[in-house]
Design a protein around this ligand. Structure first.
Ligand SMILES: [Zn+2]
Length: 596
């Protein structure tokens, strides 16, 4: 995208047909407003067709008076901020007399004719260029790309316009044909070579067309949907991301399906829907570890009390195999405690780990050890860890353990239970025991804030701990902040977190290839942001999306399974089935395990 687009790039076409002429466009801070005028009985009326003229729709009333007020209000400037405005007056009646009438009228508005940030451009029945010198210097003209102007005439031209239909019959959907693209690009480059701005009228007026016109580098995008285009352009900086660092992906080794599963790695991308995946794939220049995994299923995420789940109910479903209500963690809708898979597997001598690049007492990790009716009870969740058999806990949220409202610090009690505890990530590498808790808020920074490779490193640490101890294990690691990016409607945030999560997936896949008795499952608890992808470039690693909500959505989420037992994860099923499928893969006979 050659130039930065702001609302100053908007041309409010046929502005006067809007319920509130002038002001709607003005308050959207557009760069150009068009008014069609007819000279009748010495008065200038604003209308699209002569038959639509009404006595109160004069240029004076609809444009000149409110404009003069705004200029007076902003001490001579057209906008508060250093923005410019082009008032394009399209002469619908004979050029010379209509323009002469306009000049007479403008004599009453010195604030307008003297305003440096306002340009008055004449279009439509423009007098021939030789006659332009007859008019005051503040009158500019709308040129045509096919006309050869003198230098003096060029000086009076503020914009060059043409009919888009002359170049293409494209309806704004899909892409321009190559010949049309070539023609249009040529005329734009030609006008830019004259140092002039260009706009086309009769352009398709929809999102895909706006994106295409931006990529063509036009200077003004004409629209009848001013507020929609303004919000589209204002959101754009958050909707686009140009990635600069792509990561290589792991080359998967086909795992032996028949090996009895002994270890399970469950990676949860919080808020990771299919579009988040494809945005990551695009930004990583057409490659993702995740896309090299052949077995895919779809998980239905609705909770016990809501069409759209939250992370609490979503994670509880996967951790316990039971649906519960939103906000509830490790309990059912009535508050009855549900046994998480970590507790069940502990009874079968599995080592377990819970890792998150967010607050470790947040909903998703908490579902693997906590039991609260409301996810906001972070300190209660932290205290629940005292009775959990989980061996390794890594992430942020240390204050819920060490600097609690009740004045207590849980670390000494956890040390009593045999844990090595630390609030400093740097200590992770030096830990030699197989029971440790490292909680450091550095783990909960975003990738943009410099979290670094915490997720991959902590996953590999837990893997090497359990492997060195020859323990069969279950590890849940959460890519927590894809969700944060979705809630923030910020594409860069989503993509950076998605790519970090994918790097951890690559590490897990490499582990599975070296340890075929390991089953790797990658899924999400829900999609966040209602993300759609509007544009992208796989070569450049550029992606442009659109968020339809700041919250979760109901769409199914993907489940990727790799390694022995993976094939069981194909198909469409409830999120609770992920628990059942893991239990089945490990051949755990739950009836033997007491469930309180
Ligand atoms: Zn969320």
């Amino acid at each position: 995208m050659a130039q930065e687009y702001t609302t100053s790039s908007i041309h409010a076409h046929n502005d006067y047909v809007h319920p509130i002429p002038f002001l709607t466009a003005y308050y959207s801070q557009v760069g150009s407003i068009e008014a069609d005028v007819f000279l009748r009985n010495g008065e200038l009326y604003v209308a699209h067709e002569e038959k639509e003229i009404t006595t109160d729709h004069t240029l004076d009333k609809l444009y000149l008076k409110p404009l003069a007020e705004k200029i007076a209000f902003h001490n001579g400037a057209v906008y508060a901020k250093a923005k410019t405005l082009n008032l394009l007056i399209d002469l619908k009646t004979e050029g010379i007399p209509t323009l002469q009438s306009l000049v007479r009228k403008l004599k009453k508005y010195p604030a307008i004719t003297g305003c440096q940030s306002l340009t008055i451009t004449i279009s439509g029945s423009v007098p021939v260029p030789d006659q332009w010198k007859l008019f005051p210097d503040y009158i500019h003209f709308d040129g045509r790309p096919t006309v050869a102007y003198t230098t003096e005439q060029l000086r009076r031209i503020s914009i060059i316009s043409d009919d888009f239909k002359k170049y293409t019959s494209w309806n704004g959907k899909g892409t321009l044909t190559a010949p049309d693209l070539k023609k249009i690009t040529a005329v734009i480059d030609n006008v830019h070579s004259l140092g002039k701005r260009i706009r086309f009228w009769a352009t398709p007026d929809l999102v895909n067309a706006w994106i295409t016109l931006q990529k063509l580098n036009v200077d003004y995008i004409g629209t009848d949907h001013v507020t929609a285009l303004a919000s589209f352009i204002e959101k754009e900086p958050h909707d686009v991301f140009q990635n600069t660092v792509s990561h290589a992906v792991h080359k998967p080794v086909v795992a032996a399906e028949s090996v009895q599963v002994k270890n399970v790695i469950l990676l949860i991308g919080d808020g990771m829907g299919l579009t988040q995946l494809y945005a990551g794939y695009t930004a990583n220049q057409g490659k993702l570890n995740l896309f090299t995994i052949p077995t895919i299923g779809l998980s239905v995420t609705a909770s016990a009390d809501s069409y759209i789940t939250d992370s609490a109910a979503g994670a509880t479903a996967m951790a316990t195999g039971q649906k519960t209500s939103n906000r509830a963690i490790g309990v059912d809708a009535s508050g009855k405690i549900l046994t998480p898979i970590t507790d069940i597997l502990h009874q079968y001598n599995y080592k377990t780990a819970v890792i998150s690049c967010g607050d470790i007492t947040d909903a998703t990790p908490a579902a693997f050890y906590g039991h609260v009716i409301d996810r906001e009870f972070n300190e209660k969740i932290a205290a629940d860890f005292l009775t959990s058999p989980v061996d390794i806990l890594l992430g942020g949220g240390v204050t819920h353990f060490t600097t609690r409202k009740d004045g207590s610090n849980l670390f000494p009690a956890l040390q009593q239970k045999g844990y090595t505890v630390s609030n400093n990530l740097q200590s992770l590498d030096s830990i030699r025991s197989d029971k440790y808790i490292v909680l450091d808020n550095a783990a909960a920074r975003s990738m943009k804030q410099g979290r670094g490779n915490f997720l991959s490193a902590s996953l590999q640490k837990a893997l090497s701990t359990f492997t060195d101890k020859k323990s069969q294990f279950f590890i849940m690691a959460e890519g927590a902040q894809i969700d944060y990016g979705g809630h923030a409607n910020n594409m860069e945030y989503v993509v950076r977190e998605m790519l970090d999560f994918d790097e951890a997936i690559g590490k897990a896949m490499a582990y599975v290839d070296a340890h075929p008795e390991t089953l790797l499952i990658i899924t999400a608890d829900h999609e966040t942001g209602g993300l759609t992808l509007l544009d992208g470039d796989l070569q450049k690693g550029y992606v442009h999306g659109n968020f339809s909500t700041q919250d979760h959505t109901a769409v199914m989420v993907p489940v990727f399974a790799y390694g022995s037992g993976a094939k069981d994860f194909a198909g469409v099923y409830q999120n609770t089935a992920i628990f059942d499928k893991i239990i089945k893969a490990l051949r755990i006979n739950q009836t033997s395990a007491p469930r309180n």
